[in-house]
Design a protein around this ligand. Sequence first.
Ligand SMILES: [Zn+2]
Length: 287
Amino acid sequence: MQCLLCRIPTEKYLYKNGYWIYRCPRCHLGETNLKKDYSQFVKEFYSQGYYEGDPTRSAYASYEADKPLIVRNMHKFLSVIRAKKSTGKLLDVGCAFGYFVELALSKGYDAYGFDASHFAAGEAGALVGKSRIKEGTVQSVSYPKNSFDIITLFDVFEHLQDPLADMKKLAGFLKKDGVILIATGDTRSIAAKVFQRRWTFYIPPQHIFFFHRKNVRELLKAAGLRPRSWFRVGKWLSLGYVLHLARTTGESPFARFLYQVIKDTPFARFPLYVPMKDNMVIEVSKM
Ligand SMILES: [Zn+2]
């Protein structure tokens, strides 16, 4: 394994879910050793169970049932976008079931999305229309050059195969004065430091890259992009989702028990505001 940015050998950092996360001794960029072909992995891993509480997936308890909370979190991002671009063509990378595309359409944007998951892309197509959704990875999809005003990556950056090559390609789809909004985890946040290996962002194999401000800035620069502003957000999550994360990535036996007790009850949908702020939201423009 070698660092995507520094091109020097990385070191074993943390072992979890049967995978090693390596870390660069210079810039501290973390990378999961996936041990298999990315496109094959994507096909197998982002199945229906990923969105519906598969205990081996450490992903969503129920993406569909949590839609109201997911959309509530998305409103914050939309307000940031509206302050920059009140109209235009928008591309949501890793659009899952298309909730952000739907929200953007309702506010008058000409919105599109793609997702690597066959299952999710199918759901998104059913929601907003097949002509707006593609199935594929950043490297496999294509759109006209300089055609989008806004490109968004919400909780997607850490799943990318090669964020440097992928951001270069996405930058090609973006108009000269376009805006990219990225939300990802921050390995130098307080939560990451406190929870260490139990930090919810450390979930190999789906999370492949682990950034902080300094190295993500370096990566963006190498892709011809420049961060314009940074902020952190708290998130609304359902109790079921929090317990699902705690039982999987948190490795908590108590959460495992409690999740089983409440998962089919209305308590599973109980909304919790989680002010962890272990993320970084980055507004990016072309250089
Ligand atoms: Zn490095």
